[in-house]
Design a protein around this ligand. Sequence first.
Ligand SMILES: *[C@@H]1O[C@H](CO)[C@@H](O)[C@H](O)[C@H]1NC(C)=O
Ligand SMILES: *[C@@H]1O[C@H](CO)[C@@H](O)[C@H](O)[C@H]1NC(C)=O
Ligand SMILES: *[C@@H]1O[C@H](CO)[C@@H](O)[C@H](O)[C@H]1NC(C)=O
Ligand SMILES: *[C@@H]1O[C@H](CO)[C@@H](O)[C@H](O)[C@H]1NC(C)=O
Length: 258
Amino acid sequence: MEFLAYFAKLLILVFLVSKAIQADGDLEPTAIKPRILNGREAARGQFPYQVSVRVGGQHSCGGSIISQTFVVTAAHCVYSIPPSFLTILAGTTNRTADSVIKDVVQVIPHPEFTAYDNDIALLKLNDSLQFNDVIQPIPLAAVDAPVDAPVTISGWGRTKEGGEITSQLMYNKYMKTLSPENCAKNIGYNTTAILCLSKIIGNGICEGDDGGPAVYRGILIGVASFHINDCYSTNKPNGFANVSHFNSWLTQAQICNP
Ligand SMILES: *[C@@H]1O[C@H](CO)[C@@H](O)[C@H](O)[C@H]1NC(C)=O
Ligand SMILES: *[C@@H]1O[C@H](CO)[C@@H](O)[C@H](O)[C@H]1NC(C)=O
Ligand SMILES: *[C@@H]1O[C@H](CO)[C@@H](O)[C@H](O)[C@H]1NC(C)=O
Ligand SMILES: *[C@@H]1O[C@H](CO)[C@@H](O)[C@H](O)[C@H]1NC(C)=O
């Protein structure tokens, strides 16, 4: 099971690197693998929409609850994996706690997902989540956050280069939205499907955070997709699927798969 997840992530890495080379010779295309760096430990119920997406019972990626039966995550986390291998863990900041676990019955990747383009997917759960103080949906962005707005990211990914994924959910409030122009310049690719969040060295997402939420004022604006170079030593922005761009697809896909 872990092999499948790893393979899926490896594949996207290769795509990303070759795309980066084609797009911009100035980019240094080394590792592009999605952790929360310099984060703080989340309190119980602070991120009630955050889930762990599991492959064979092991944490693979982050995800966000958007309704009682749907979770949104990154397509590269799940697109090649049979639903029967996938579960989600909700209602806890402790990745190894016995909390609420639901089976995934359907994986709905964006139909135009290729590498990091359209890197967004829905997971349909077999059974409705009961909402309470630690399990809540998050609204999807319908409009854009302003440029240079503070964004909160969260996840169980690595907290230092080459480190382990964490057992406690971590978060960081110091990412900022970049303008589409600046985003295009930094990633060498001009598309409204990708939202860049600027970071300082030592902040941002790392392996195991991908698929997880980027939130502005209680609204889901991004789904963690990739980072450029290694996680830690770069101040290059992180890439997220731009939720406002996918708002109508996300709404339609839920209606079409009741
Ligand atoms: C997380 O859950 C595991 C399994 O229940 C438990 O052993 C561990 O002590 C918990 N960690 C924290 C920090 O509560
Ligand atoms: C759905 O979940 C219920 C309860 O957790 C379980 O008994 C059932 O077998 C699951 N069904 C599928 C199709 O996974
Ligand atoms: C990106 O594309 C848009 C629309 O096609 C265009 O208006 C804009 O100038 C482009 N930006 C860059 C940095 O190339
Ligand atoms: C996100 O998508 C919206 C809607 O398509 C678009 O207006 C906005 O410019 C996009 N954001 C970025 C950073 O490209």
